[in-house]
Design a protein around this ligand. Sequence first.
Ligand SMILES: Cc1cc2nc3c(=O)[nH]c(=O)nc-3n(C[C@H](O)[C@H](O)[C@H](O)COP(=O)(O)OP(=O)(O)OC[C@H]3O[C@@H](n4cnc5c(N)ncnc54)[C@H](O)[C@@H]3O)c2cc1C
Length: 318
Amino acid sequence: MSFDSCEMALLLDEYVTGLGIDVLLYTMGTDPILEGDKLKGVFLRNKSGEQAVLADMVIDCTGDGDIAARAGAPFRIGRENDGVFQPMTMMFKIGGLRPDYERDDLRSWYDALIERMPEKEILAEIPYDNPALITLPRRGEALIQWTHVKRCLGTDAEQLTAATFEGRRQVRRALECFKLVRDKLGDVYLLDLPAVIGVRETRRITGEYIISEEDVKNGVRQPDAVCRVHFGVDIHEPEQTRQTCWKHPGFDIPLRSLIPLKVENLMTAGRCISGSFAAHAAYRVTGDCLRMGEAAGSAAVAAIRAGQSIRSYAARRL
Ligand SMILES: Cc1cc2nc3c(=O)[nH]c(=O)nc-3n(C[C@H](O)[C@H](O)[C@H](O)COP(=O)(O)OP(=O)(O)OC[C@H]3O[C@@H](n4cnc5c(N)ncnc54)[C@H](O)[C@@H]3O)c2cc1C
């Protein structure tokens, strides 16, 4: 199912402005403020310059675990055996799609394309063989998930920049390919590019509990569960052109996976929590990241009100 991203932005603005919370846009959290192993807040940087925000608890929802890593929390990146991680994707929006294009037809255009152009040649330019055309609520518009940028790390500024250029280069090639399947798609054109390239995987901050691949396969229940993951394991292969997907019975994310080792007054939520390569490939989806954020916020408030560290609060819940 797709949604209109412009409508979503307006809706979320209305939602956050009604909650009595302070929001800063155009702001990066740069460095942790530490006293020994205790996190006391975060330095921010924006158009106003540098500011220090003090806090009883910091919840790192940067996707990459920027603050947790800089505070000294341990982390892993990529597969356990070789550290290789999933590729990035520059999604893009097209307009001009045939009005009768079937909503559930993700890839028949690609099958038509490889009948008209050797797949080897296409893969040499865009190294991914399971693209998806996702129709959007506005007529004639769709999102394309096709580009794959491999071996660029989202926590390295130079690699992130290079990946963005490469992602956009692949978009250009994709648009040329679409001309070969005009009969299937219509006269499609580039309507929009995202402000940032989509990063699937960077740091997984090691916490009190690491969700293992076995936990995923066995559908493990946890006494301190904050959410149950149902989305299947979805690995965009780091070194091949394919995607590996497998189902599981559903597994729990424990609160302990949101509590990094070695640093106090710190939590994580989202794709940077503590789990294995395989577990991350399932819980990284938006719905689960949202639930983790909500759970982290609630647990932080409860621990602070009870005058406990988040670590002992979580241990008592066991
Ligand atoms: C190409 C692609 C397609 C996907 N498709 C789907 C899909 O169809 N359905 C689905 O459910 N999931 C999908 N996912 C997965 C999902 O979108 C992400 O895994 C999920 O959004 C991660 O959530 P998060 O909150 O951890 O991080 P993010 O959503 O990345 O949010 C992190 C936020 O923190 C900000 N930030 C980062 N660093 C700092 C800093 N130092 N200071 C301040 N702010 C910072 C970022 O700008 C960002 O706004 C897709 C991912 C990719 C890459």
